[in-house]
Design a binder for this molecule. Structure first.
Ligand code: BMP
Length: 452
């Protein structure tokens, strides 16, 4: 086998350690992130890993091998195959039916079990696993770990009398990567500070101002939105989810002076009539200097979207400044919106949304490459080249009992660097929508300035 250093570098190529800024499950910010699951994707590496781990151990001591679920399961399996020590499988939760067993496989009381773990941090989860294995009357004396994050876990377990064998620790990994030029001296210093328990200072990433974004804007609608935001000192879009023309026009009159855009779901207006609904709405938009955003969320093939956009009773193409669209129909499905701006739906605010990480990544690729797209609706940060529109904003509630999930303006500006907040019921359901709009406008503007 190659040297341990060469072996580590091979493993590293699989992307098992990332350096940067990460928020751990505990909420702590870490300068590195470890995920050893990719090791199982290369059978040769997995087999070598099993042998490196076995080499460190007094193999005659063990009757059984058990991996801590899930990341260590393939590692324990490979070790069992290489050493002929039988494998047992520990469940994460006991079955709620049948035998209710926590450990599967053939074993006898009093047997010695080697535990296999991928990464050790504080050691707390290992302590819990050991207790569960011991409850089955198995003995645990040794634990083998692939990577020690050096955050006290090894000491904790050793203080309780367990032997912890570790293949790599983060300090030696940093030294290897510093030698190969993968890590700068400064990054290594930051990691060392973190390991010594210091709270580390990351440089805060600055957002671009509306002024800067407006100078960079490629699309006339982005430019107009940003200029309106600067002129009105507002980043508020009111969502007018009302169901009659009268309510819509009354709301537009009340909130118009405070918003940069009014968002409609025009198909919920029960008495829609172009002449009586759209004509006066456009007059109000001109009077109060706001744009019209139709939240149609198109989601079809290009030809159908084109018909939905230009025909029917709503004739959206004639009056909307910008529209929302899913990108599920692919790049060309957005070609028909060439006289408006498109806000692509990247991620949704509702509980259980299917806009997962990988969906969002793919959706973003379409959005970033299409010239009609000015921005995205998302609950995650987006690259600075497109504008971020964030709905699900409410100062009073955290949800609506129908799946909607709310954040405050402060939160979305601070953590997502959003550009525009979209507020529906927080405004139109309030007793005084004009006053509520002023409150959201001021909160949003304050939060934007604080995020600069
Ligand atoms: P409210 O603030 O009352 O929850 O309204 C939010 C508005 O934003 C609704 O019109 C909804 O259709 C829209 N919206 C959303 O809430 N979440 C999304 O992910 C995308 C949306 O367009």
């Amino acid at each position: 086998m190659e040297s341990k250093k060469e072996f580590f570098l091979e493993c590293y190529k699989l992307g098992i350690i990332k350096f940067g800024r990460f928020t751990l499950k505990s909420g702590i910010e870490s300068p590195f992130y470890v995920d050893l699951r990719p090791l199982a994707s290369d059978p040769k590496i997995l087999k070598n890993l099993a042998n490196y781990l076995l080499e460190m151990l007094p193999l005659d001591n063990f009757d059984l091998i058990c991996g801590v679920p899930y990341a260590a399961l393939p590692m324990a399996t490979a070790m069992s195959l290489e050493s002929y020590i039988p494998l047992i499988i520990k469940r994460k939760e006991a079955k709620s039916y049948g035998t209710k067993k926590l450990i599967e496989g053939i074993y006898q009381k009093g047997q010695n079990c080697l535990l296999v773990e991928d990464v050790i941090t504080s050691g707390k989860s290992l302590i819990e696993t050991i207790a569960e294995v011991e409850q089955e009357d198995l003995k645990v004396a040794d634990i083998v770990v692939v990577l020690d994050r050096e955050q006290g876990g090894k000491q904790l377990l050793e203080s309780k009398g367990y032997k912890v064998h570790t293949l790599f620790n983060i300090s030696e990994v940093c030294t290897i990567l510093q030698e190969t030029g993968e890590l700068s001296d400064e990054e290594v210093k930051r990691i060392q500070g973190f390991l010594q328990g210091n709270h580390i200072q990351f440089e805060e990433k600055k957002r671009l101002s509306y002024q800067q974004k407006s100078e960079n804007a490629q699309h006339s609608v982005s430019k107009k939105l940003l200029e309106t935001a600067l002129a009105k000192e507002s980043n508020l879009i009111a969502s007018a989810d009302v169901i009659t023309t009268q309510e819509l026009l009354e709301l537009a009159e009340k909130v118009g002076p405070h918003v940069i855009a009014l968002k409609t779901h025009i198909d919920i207006i029960s008495d829609f009539d172009y002449q009586n609904t759209i004509v006066p709405l456009k007059e109000l938009a001109a009077k109060h200097n706001f744009l019209l955003m139709e939240d149609r969320k198109f989601a079809d093939i290009g030809n159908t979207q084109e018909l939905q956009f230009t025909s029917g009773v709503f004739k959206i193409t004639d009056w909307a400044d910008f529209v929302t669209s899913q990108v599920i129909g692919g790049f060309e499905s957005l070609d028909c919106f060439n006289n408006v701006g498109v806000v692509a739906i990247i991620g949704m605010s509702s509980k259980g949304t299917l806009t997962t990480n990988s969906y969002r990544e793919e959706a973003l690729k379409v959005a970033l490459s299409h010239p009609n797209v000015i921005g995205g609706v998302s609950q995650n940060a987006l690259p600075e080249e497109i504008l971020l529109f964030t709905p699900g904003v409410n100062l009073a509630d955290s949800g609506d009992g129908k799946g909607q999930q709310y954040n405050t303006p402060d939160h979305v500006f601070k953590t997502l660097h959003t550009d525009f907040i979209i507020v529906g019921r927080g405004i139109y359901k309030s007793e005084n929508p004009a006053e509520a709009a002023v409150t959201y406008k001021n909160e949003g503007w304050k939060a934007y300035l604080a995020s600069l």
